[in-house]
Design a protein around this ligand. Sequence first.
Ligand code: ATP
Ligand code: MG
Length: 509
Amino acid sequence: MKEYWTMLASLMGALAFLQGVLHAVFPAELRAALARLLGRLTRAFSPYCYFDVTETDGMSNNEIYDAVQLYLSSTAAPASGARLSLTRPHNATSFTFGLAASDRVVDAFRGAAVTWEHVVAPRQSPGFSWRPLPEEKRRFTLRIRRGDREKLLPAYLDHILATAQEIRRRSQDRLLYTNARGGAMDSRGLPWDPVPFKHPSTFDTLAMDPDRKASIMADLRDFAAGSSFYERTGRAWKRGYLLYGPPGTGKSSMIAAMANFLGYDVYDLELTEVSSNAELRKLLMKTTSKSIIVIEDIDCSVDLTNRAALPPAPKPRPTLDGAIDQDAGAASGRSITLSGLLNFTDGLWSCCGSERIFVFTTNHIEKLDPALLRSGRMDMHVFMSYCTFPALKILLKNYLCLQDDGAEVMRGLEEWIEAAEITPADVSEVLIKNRRNGKERAMEELLEVLKTRAEKRRLDGGKAAAAAKDNDEEEEKRALESPKEGKGPAGKDSCGDGQDEETDAKKQL
Ligand SMILES: Nc1ncnc2c1ncn2[C@@H]1O[C@H](COP(=O)(O)OP(=O)(O)OP(=O)(O)O)[C@@H](O)[C@H]1O
Ligand SMILES: [Mg+2]
């Protein structure tokens, strides 16, 4: 060991001496040329190849440099002892880490290891420039094995650019778009108005059965990571959710939680502001990928007439720019139709972007046309129910920071919660009202509310049952008097596309 250190010390001494001699004997230009030659020789016999990604590309910033910086800050593992710089871009919500000067990180792609080095050198002679140049020249140098070159390039660079774009998107604020301007466009020709979307609802705060919640989260996760799955199976990369249930059960909160979970923007489509199917299509075309397109209260937004019941559509007429206006009927005073809406979610136009989730909400699923519900349009039907005991526990944890305390009252709440048929919104209201009175008081108050509601329901149920019995007897009597006036099977007309049956592919939650 001692010999090793002695040898290393003599070698360093020799190098310092050689450097001194070089410095004394050769002029600076010659030294630089020698260094370049030495560098070229080393590279010629090296098993690696090197790629420089400079910060500026002539006059403009090099987009790849920024992307590499962002990518390395989040994915690659810094070599031990590497120094990271910490930044937060303007308007961003998260911090990013960057490689400091002359440090290295190791990354892997398709089983091959690569090394990145951040090289910062002082700019020698700035020369003339129209814009101020930074005093330092920065670049990333990528080192990969020669044998891996075919495998890595350009796929690795594509991967870096895509990842950087994703990081950028995630670090920006979410946006909520509305089409409240009717069909009018803004100065950039966009029909959507964006506002920052800062809804605090998350899957953690959402009160619902934990198993159903986990299953929705898994479905969303699979969807977001499903690029290759959708490509392989030839399906458009989109998914439909129908959230249904009584008011105040968390349908809108669920949409916000989905957007926060996936980091998607939300397009809140106000159907009553849309005057024709063509306009609906235009709105769809102006949505971006990675977004959730929401139509709330779909049953009462517009009168979605059944396709079979509509008069025959007028012949499509070519417009001046050669496009075909297939909605001449809609333009002539009639607003959007069910078929227009179905095309919006399912037709060819719905695929002119990717990675989009359609969410419809309704308080009355029974009022919807079966065509709207079939698989491929609304893949997941999620019933947002009255507050269950597991959901109640989430609310108590959120509002009262309650864990397992108050066992006695808890048992009471568990006993009465189902019978009370109370919405999470109403439970939240009771808890908010009592939040300054202490946990025990709030829970006792809630128990009282549950008991009162359950009792009222019992009494109302008794009255309703008696009324229904009278009604049935009346009907029976009428049917006996006129036996030919029989009714067909219950339910609405189907739209006649033969696909109204819910298939196994659709999940019912
Ligand atoms: N499942 C839930 N978990 C947590 N909070 C909820 C839940 N449901 C309702 N709330 C609370 O009640 C408020 C109203 O809920 P939300 O607007 O999500 O209900 P909704 O089902 O969309 O009602 P509507 O059918 O009237 O649109 C929310 O702001 C939230 O505070
Ligand atoms: Mg709502």
